[in-house]
Design a protein around this ligand. Structure first.
Ligand SMILES: [Zn+2]
Ligand SMILES: [Zn+2]
Length: 320
């Protein structure tokens, strides 16, 4: 008798960076009719134009989640929200530290969120976690499909002074990660920035260097990350090549047995390549034997990854 497998239901989660770096940050995540942004750090006009590049209108956005109140993460909010009443999620301390004009624009749409909170927006579930940064409050977000019990899809970790247990735990298991790779320490040392600013960037509540970012990548890859987007690169104290070189070397040196890993850098002011994740909403299918419906149900695992690593020792790194 032929074996009958039910095709598991799948959904697509799509994601890209819209803008990255000190001029403004924003990450897009979508699933079906649900579209969200993590940060809206460009001007309202620029955000509308960036969304148009991925064929979306601002009115398609169901919610905006803010990591912290620094201007490169909230810039669009005042004008955007006064025109379009999009729900905004933010930690209270971040909201409290915004200017009065921002607060009045956000009055109608603001929702307060705290680390460890979980919010459902349409078909997406968004989990919040704490990050160390010199704003009043700072958080990162993990996004998954609401029907998917355990598997995390996308993780965003930006503006982090140092790596913490909370960040690692949150990012562990995410398929796609946006992670800050802010500066090359040597370039920062020799830059024209005032000593105080250099100190701030290097501090435990400043920004993550290329090396600090790279160090954690093998662990995250070992725990499921397959598409890594280096995010929030400094325009003054970093280059795309340096960030990729450091990450690539550290991943290869770890000699992981994981197959292909994609590594990319979020462009400064244009959308990155759209990443599509196929998520199985059911982990197993029970199929009755049609000849004997009373027989014990057979459980067939239909979504086991069948991809064999190309190399036994080192991952293949493709550039996104
Ligand atoms: Zn910041
Ligand atoms: Zn920032």
């Amino acid at each position: 008798m032929a074996e009958i497998l039910e095709i598991p239901e799948t959904v697509e989660i799509s994601t890209c960076s819209l803008s990255s770096g000190s001029s403004g940050n924003s990450v897009y995540i979508g699933c079906g009719d649900t579209n969200i942004l993590i940060d809206a750090g460009r001007s309202a006009k620029a955000m509308v134009e960036l969304l148009a590049e991925i064929n979306l209108k601002i009115t398609d956005i169901n919610a905006i989640f803010i990591t912290h109140e620094h201007i490169d993460h909230v810039s669009a909010l005042k004008v955007l929200i006064s025109r379009h009443k999009i729900p905004v999620y933010m930690v209270w301390e971040s909201f409290d530290n915004l200017g009065g004009d921002y607060k009045s624009a956000l009055g109608e749409v603001i929702n307060f969120i705290s680390p460890k909170d979980s919010v459902k927006i349409g078909s997406l579930q968004i989990n919040c976690y704490a990050t160390p940064h010199d704003s009043k409050a700072s958080v990162g977000y993990i996004i998954k499909h609401i029907g998917e019990k355990t598997r995390k899809a996308v993780g965003v970790a930006t503006d982090i002074g140092h790596m913490t247990k909370e960040i690692i735990e949150a990012m562990c298991g995410c398929k796609v990660i946006y992670i800050e790779s802010n500066h090359d320490p040597e370039m920062l040392k020799n830059s024209s920035y005032p000593a105080q600013v250099k100190q701030r960037i290097k501090s435990k509540v400043g920004h993550l260097s290329n090396k600090e970012c790279a160090e954690i990548l093998p662990y995250l890859i070992k725990n499921g990350a397959r598409k890594i987007i280096l995010y929030h690169l400094s325009g003054e104290n970093n280059t795309k090549d340096l960030a990729v070189k450091e990450a690539r070397k550290t991943i290869l040196d770890a000699r992981l047995n994981v197959g292909t890993v994609y590594l990319g850098v979020a462009p400064k002011s244009s959308p990155s390549k759209m990443i599509i994740l196929n998520i199985n909403t059911e982990s197993e299918k029970k199929i009755l034997n049609p000849l004997n419906p009373n027989a014990e149900k057979k459980i067939l695992l239909t979504n086991k990854p069948k991809v064999k690593p190309k190399y036994q020792d080192i991952p293949e790194i493709n550039i996104l």
